[in-house]
Ligand binder design. Sequence first.
Ligand SMILES: C[S@@+](CC[C@H](N)C(=O)[O-])C[C@H]1O[C@@H](n2cnc3c(N)ncnc32)[C@H](O)[C@@H]1O
Length: 207
Amino acid sequence: MLTVWVATPDTWAFPWPSCWPHSRLRWISVWDSRWNTCGGRGALPRVVDLEARVKSMYEPVAGDPFAHFHFETGRALAERLGYPAAELDRIPAEVIASFAGVGYFLDLAGLTAGETVLDLGSGSGTNSFLAVLAVGAGGNVIGIDMTAGQLDKARRLSDGIPHIDFRAVRIDAPPVPEGAVDCVISNGVINLGPDKAAVFSAAHRRG
Ligand SMILES: C[S@@+](CC[C@H](N)C(=O)[O-])C[C@H]1O[C@@H](n2cnc3c(N)ncnc32)[C@H](O)[C@@H]1O
């Protein structure tokens, strides 16, 4: 039975019974309305502009994480959202400095040893790093992102860690075979894209 978990940081979280009853894929996604900042009210940008704007918004989050942004970032945010401090202590502080998620869901994900996890819009990798701790040596975590600076940082800081792989690709085209994924996670990302149905559909086929 597939369960889709959709949550916002401050309002609701619910299991979303879907029309995909036999899939073993689980979905954990956290949304917010940050996309509004990409175009302003009443001025939705064209898709090409949107992608460029998203990249230019998140490049400095990777390269200059202590700069001032119009959204919160970093460890203080992660702890406020519910990430256990003891878990955060187990991954590189530099990764967490560029955390830009909007909620905590790894308790709902219930990752277990040996699972394969796909992290859509992995950024600098906070959720991917925590996921790899959960799935262990027998599991795999694939983080995908389209912003070069975020990928560079995640790859540099995961160098030497087996079973974690960061790839440059858009979230509507995950580079994994159909049926290869046990759990899809995504934190503060799907809201940034123009075609959310395509993202859900592509991810569902991986489960
Ligand atoms: C708000 S940040 C969240 C990063 C990470 N999930 C975290 O919790 O720190 C959004 C990330 O999604 C990436 N992103 C947004 N839209 C994307 C898309 N269509 N394809 C791939 N990555 C995307 C951005 O580059 C950025 O790194």
